[in-house]
Write a protein that binds this ligand. Structure first.
Ligand SMILES: *[C@@H]1O[C@H](CO)[C@@H](O)[C@H](O)[C@H]1NC(C)=O
Length: 303
């Protein structure tokens, strides 16, 4: 009897969590509301971020500072911010993005020419005259890293796609010349759209990474959708793209926060991957799978 009661309770708990996950993910289907850099192409300043639990929020940050976006035992993704002068206030835009997978490091930065400068393991990649895309695939002892740089990606313009066994990230450029709500002309800036391809074996941290932890632990429901970042910005600040001394680092750390509890595994088995996170302007909506209602539920089998 007691055993039956526990199972019923667990089933009810799971049901509630799954509905929450479905709702959190379903929010993405509502057009560009809340992304800030929506259809108008205008900017509000300050990257609008969406974490892996579907929550969107404004992240302010300091001009010139680096912040950790995703951190996991073998992955690290960070951003560098620059000044954005709006018609009525100063904000920040993403100027650079660093991505590390195992021992390999990629940096994508806006150059003085407002184009993307792409570095792979410290070496700047160059497009030859007439070339408009290049692909680099690195087979590692375990896993693979792919980098695809395109000058004219149909859904995103100039873009770099980075893919590992865990993450697929598209970093894309918004050229200078868009206008904010007050008509002030904005500089070029970077955006990204990240897909978490499956459950990470170790903990996930970082500004959008930790959203996954809330989801996997069933905390998503408790957080109000207030468009605010709930962490301490300074605890995500780094000394450079690949620094690991900040409070919420998980790079090189086994099982950082990723306790493999029974309830967590049950929840993870019901999450439909990929989960998406993003920063900046909304990625071309046509390319995003719209997860709504039962589509957001896992299809990997029962409880
Ligand atoms: C925005 O930043 C610029 C450059 O630092 C400065 O000159 C300007 O006064 C700032 N504007 C506001 C509204 O703070």
């Amino acid at each position: 009897m007691a055993r039956l009661g526990t199972n019923c309770l667990l089933a009810l708990l799971l049901f509630t969590l799954i509905v929450d996950i479905a709702q959190a993910q379903g929010n993405r289907g509502n057009g560009n509301n809340g992304y800030g850099f929506g259809d108008s192409g205008g900017g509000k300043g300050d990257p609008i971020m969406t974490s892996f639990d579907g929550r969107s929020f404004e992240f302010f940050g300091q001009v010139g500072a680096y912040y950790n976006v995703i951190s996991e035992k073998q992955h690290q993704m960070s951003m560098k911010l620059k000044l954005g002068q709006m018609w009525d206030h100063n904000g920040t835009y993403m100027e650079g993005l660093g991505f590390r997978y195992q021992d390999h490091k990629i940096i994508i930065e806006l150059g003085a020419d407002d184009n993307m400068h792409v570095y792979l393991d410290g070496k700047r990649l160059e497009m030859a005259v007439g070339e408009n895309e290049q692909e680099h695939i690195m087979g590692l002892e375990s896993g693979e890293l792919m980098l695809l740089w395109q000058l004219n990606r149909p859904d995103a313009g100039e873009a770099v796609e980075i893919t590992t066994d865990l993450l697929s990230v598209v970093v894309f450029l918004t050229p200078a010349g868009t206008r904010d709500e007050g008509g002030a002309i904005q500089p070029a800036y970077l955006n990204f759209d990240a897909a978490l391809l499956g459950p990470p074996a170790h903990g996930l941290k970082g500004i959008i990474g930790e959203g996954y932890e809330s989801l996997a632990e069933g905390r998503a429901a408790a957080e109000a959708d207030d468009f605010k970042f709930h962490g301490e910005e300074e605890e995500f600040r780094m000394d450079g793209y690949f620094a690991t001394a900040h409070t919420h680092n998980a790079f090189g750390v086994a099982h950082a926060g990723g306790a493999a509890s029974r309830v967590r595994r049950l929840i993870e088995s019901r999450v439909a991957f990929p989960l998406r996170g993003s920063a900046g302007r909304a990625f071309s909506a046509a390319t995003l799978p719209v997860l709504a209602g039962s589509d957001a539920l896992g299809r990997k089998g029962g409880i």
